[in-house]
Design a protein around this ligand. Structure first.
Ligand code: RUQ
Ligand code: CUA
Length: 664
């Protein structure tokens, strides 16, 4: 009883500490002077120097900013439906959001990683994780569209994801929540956690040419929480490092019960060896049920396939695959420097930063310098793996990025600052306040072998008074720093979308040169494509009505449709015939319980509509496409169920019957 009380008290103290986030740094943190203004000013018509891809947190989407201006360029729908673009509303995109639980309209998107070749950003794909219903998405940077989503079975709260290996061989997914495995009976008492709950780390292979993802294998580990991860590089290539907390294996009141031990762990995983074992046919095949969704740029349609099996590597059967490195106080960030030698663990509740040495880790493994084991996994002696500690850096370190010039930059949530320190001598070089309580930060290429440096962006969790108030809910704030000099200089504050966690930045050139402008109409293999206006038509098949419609400045063909009946399933398959850059057409139907379509040049998209009452229903283009955009409209006549009105459609003419009627 006394003990519990003590724990609760110390926890209260801890919580107070955590809540100190609002304690305001002294100077107002203004990026003063024309100096800063000049550095972020991108003149009208000029382009930004970098793309910045920002995770959307609970918005489920990814946003794209230009840096240094901080201008929002685009929001890419990924895990959440987006009525603006019809994502998840058009028939073609609905399968992208399919999971083993059925179609899910929302996701919680935390981390992003750009594809790499030889440890450098190659500009091909952007990977995004989803926590809530574990998934990984691949975004094609030619089109800035989500091309693929794979669900991760035997996992819950896919947080340490989607970090990639040096040549994008694998993208990983580590479970935050340990849970009973999908292939077992999960109907167990929650307090049987220690016995029945397991953690998995999934290695998803990425095909080198088309990027297609596949769950190559899953590693089975004792129940605990996996938080973040980064791949080794250079000398540590072939290894992956995962931070883990709740080694206490608590299942309730984690803020107290998972903060008891002085140290949790960083798990070092030899993935190259695991991959070899799998290649040799080792590991156990287990039944699984997970969705694998792909979007085709040829058919402009997604397909969702249910997969049925994964390969499980129980680390207890393969003793040379994983090792645990003690890391103080509930480690969060787990970052590897550009040389691949130093691994930085950031304990959320720690007042120092441990830096581990890959070569020392290897030596400790070779010499079996162990400090017992954890659930059968050898635990290396802390000192044997440690390169050194950054002393008194600040309070509550979370994440670290690198500038490629031998410096590391760490965010501190509790003391609300960014601290620059030298990787070799571990001396603090500079500290700048942030407004307020930063989580992640990003430097262009800051987690690769070759950082571009120059800028740093802090993503702050608390905004308070930084912008004009907008009621109880505020946008989160990003802060851009110039890191080209010895001291970091604040340049710009700007609001973000959703709740950004990790982000990536990359010189614009690498991506803009490949950016696709249109889809070629002659390559459109959509099953309901309409090649040219003369082919437009309306076809009834039972209670289904298929409208083969075209859009061209400034009309739809057909634009008058009759013969639709209440309760019909009407499918508008709209092909945008334009072949010019930046001429999308939109499509909306009055009263439809659905979103619009936004159709790019050369693309076909389908909107489903089930009319519920008879009458005249306008349709129109929703995207201002020409001087006569406001003329781009039409009508659908809906008759009662029993009606005998035949299907008819037209563009630019009256029917003979109508002409007769109007004469009278
Ligand atoms: S987290 S604020 Cu979801 Cu990456 Cu550290
Ligand atoms: Cu087409 Cu407006």
């Amino acid at each position: 009883m006394k003990r519990t009380l003590y724990i609760l008290c110390s926890c209260a103290a801890l919580l107070m500490l955590m809540n100190l986030s609002g304690c305001k740094p002294k100077n107002a943190g203004d990026a003063t002077g024309s100096d800063a203004a000049e550095k972020v000013y991108v003149a009208p018509g000029k382009y930004d120097e970098l793309y910045n891809f920002v995770s959307g947190g609970f918005s489920g989407q990814v946003s794209v900013y230009g840096i240094p201006s901080g201008r929002l360029l685009r929001v890419i729908p990924v895990f959440s439906v987006d009525p603006e673009k019809g994502w998840g509303f058009s028939e073609e995109t609905k399968p992208m959001l399919n999971t083993s639980h059925g179609e899910i309209p929302w996701g919680d998107q935390h981390h992003l990683d750009l594809s790499q070749t030889n440890g450098e950003i190659d500009g091909r794909w952007l990977f995004a994780n989803e926590n809530n219903t574990p998934r990984i998405a691949r975004i094609d940077l030619k089109t800035f569209r989500t091309a693929e989503i794979i669900e991760i079975p035997n996992s819950a709260g896919n947080h340490s994801s989607p970090f990639i290996t040096e040549n994008t061989e694998y993208v990983v997914a580590g479970t935050r929540f340990s849970v009973p495995m999908d292939y077992e009976n999960g109907d167990v008492p929650i307090d049987s956690y220690k016995k029945n709950f397991k953690g998995t780390l999934s290695f998803v292979s990425v095909a080198p040419t088309d990027g297609e993802m596949k769950i190559a294998f899953q590693m089975l580990l004792p129940g605990m929480n996996f938080d973040l991860s980064h791949s080794g590089k250079g000398p540590s290539s072939g290894w992956f490092f995962f931070s883990c907390y709740n080694s206490e294996q608590a299942h309730t009141l984690l803020e107290v019960n998972a903060s008891k031990r002085d140290k949790d762990y960083i798990l070092a995983v030899n993935w190259k060896k695991a991959a070899e074992y799998v290649k040799q046919g080792k590991g156990r095949k287990v039944k699984a049920n997970y969705a694998h969704n792909t979007y085709s740029e040829v058919t402009h349609s997604a397909t969702s396939k249910m997969e049925t099996e994964t390969t499980l590597i129980d680390v207890r059967d393969f003793p040379d695959l994983v090792y645990m490195i003690p890391c103080p106080k509930s480690p969060h960030g787990c970052d590897v420097d550009p040389s691949g030698e130093y691994i930085v663990g950031s304990g959320k509740l720690a007042a120092l930063i441990p830096v581990f040495s890959f070569s020392k880790i290897q030596k400790a493994i070779a010499n079996k310098t162990y400090d017992g084991d954890y659930g059968g996994i050898p635990v290396l002696k802390y000192e044997a793996a440690l390169y050194g500690e950054v002393k008194k850096p600040g309070l509550g370190p979370l994440h670290t990025e690198f500038d490629g010039k031998g410096n590391a930059y760490t965010t501190f949530f509790i003391s609300s600052e960014i601290v620059k320190w030298n990787i070799k001598d571990l001396k603090v070089l500079d500290r700048q306040p942030t407004y307020y309580s930063p989580g992640h930060l990003t430097i262009p290429g800051g987690d690769t072998k070759k950082p571009y440096g120059k800028y740093l962006i802090a993503y702050n969790k608390i905004t308070k008074d930084r912008f004009l108030p907008t009621g109880p809910e505020l946008s989160q704030s990003a802060q851009l720093f110039d890191i080209s000099g010895d001291k970091m200089k604040l340049l710009l504050d700007y609001p973000t979308i959703g709740e950004p966690h990790y982000a990536q930045m990359v010189p614009a050139e690498l991506i803009s040169k490949n950016s696709q402008k249109i889809f070629r109409l002659d390559e459109n293999k959509h099953p309901y494509v309409t090649m040219g206006e003369k082919n437009s038509k309306v076809v009834r098949a039972g209670n289904k009505v298929h409208v083969y419609m075209t859009a061209m400045r400034s009309h739809f063909s057909p634009d008058n449709i009759e013969g639709v009946k209440v309760g019909d399933e009407v499918y508008f398959h709209v092909t945008n015939l334009e072949q010019d850059w930046d001429v999308p057409h939109g499509f909306g139907v009055k009263g439809n319980k659905n979103a619009e379509l936004l159709i790019m040049p050369g693309e076909t998209a389908t909107l489903k509509w089930v009319p519920e009452k008879a009458g005249i229903f306008p349709i129109y283009c929703t995207d201002f496409c020409s001087a006569l955009h406001q003329e781009m409209q039409g009508y659908v006549r809906v008759s009662v169920k029993e009606s005998k009105v035949p299907i008819s459609f037209s563009l630019g003419k009256n029917s003979e019957a109508a002409d007769e009627m109007l004469k009278k």
